[in-house]
Design a binder for this molecule. Structure first.
Ligand code: ATP
Length: 240
């Protein structure tokens, strides 16, 4: 991936997006292919070295202990420290900045395991921001969020990419891909079915291949909009 790119990994349920992420991060062993991170094979890197370069936001996270939200976010600093107890004022400030950027600083002193799914998802994204890595990998980062927070997270990812962070996020929302991403990679049946600029490759033929004819792609000005086919028929959009 080019530096500073916001790329979406897209594909139907069960096509292997999470598995691919887990292989890239070495949570799962893989037997074919290779993963190269800043010109080095990840198999040759120690876990700490990977954590200094890649932050991961998992789809689900079951906390083992009632850590406070501010402690969970501070854990993002761990790869840069000599253990969590080495956290200094600057690390705490970075953790707080991430909480504030996501408008969840009011949750700082709440136990993480007493939060809603969406609140926990925001905390994990804040933890990844505090980690300050060159690559951030996010597994359906907006799946539990209200619409306002979905847009906030895509805007935050966009800003991070503009500042040079490379971002790989999987999502099931083709509109988010069209509105916010530089590139999309479509996985189907174990291989890359298509990849490129969403404005160029996101069309009804691609969606028919993935979803079997349930969607239409409309265009209004520079904006693409994916709608259920029946809804699209009722709209005044130019349909492909
Ligand atoms: N722990 C597991 N053991 C065995 N098979 C698994 C396991 N986890 C996932 N799989 C299988 O691997 C395949 C890919 O799953 P994966 O979770 O990577 O898909 P995904 O694209 O992330 O799906 P979704 O969009 O539903 O989150 C699926 O067929 C799934 O059933």
């Amino acid at each position: 991936m080019p530096e500073g790119e916001l790329c979406a990994l897209f594909g139907p349920n069960g096509c292997g997006k999470t598995t691919l992420f887990k292989c890239c991060l070495r949570f799962l062993a893989f037997h074919q292919g290779s993963v190269v991170l800043n010109r080095r094979d990840v198999k040759s890197l120690r876990v700490e070295e990977i954590a200094r370069q890649v932050a991961y936001v998992p789809q689900q996270h079951r906390p083992p202990f009632p850590f406070l939200v501010k402690e969970v976010v501070l854990m993002g600093r761990t790869p840069h420290l000599n253990g969590i107890f080495g956290a200094g004022a600057m690390d705490k400030q970075k953790a707080f900045d991430a909480l504030r950027r996501l408008a969840i600083d009011h949750l700082a002193d709440r136990p993480y395991n007493q939060l809603s799914n969406g609140q926990r998802q925001l905390v994990l994204i804040a933890r990844a921001m505090a980690q300050e890595t060159c690559l951030v990998v996010l597994d359906e980062p907006t799946s539990a969020l209200d619409f306002n927070n979905q847009i906030r997270i895509w805007q935050v990812m966009r800003e991070m990419a503009e500042r040079g962070t490379t971002i790989l996020a999987c999502t099931h929302d083709p509109n988010h891909v069209a509105w916010f991403c530089d590139r999309m990679v479509v996985i189907q049946n174990g291989r890359i079915a298509a990849q490129g600029d969403p404005m160029e490759i996101l069309n009804h033929r691609l969606l028919d291949t993935i979803y079997g004819g349930s969607c239409s792609v409309g265009q209004t000005g520079e904006l693409k909009l994916v709608l259920p086919r029946e809804v699209a028929r009722r709209s005044a959009l130019d349909l492909e």
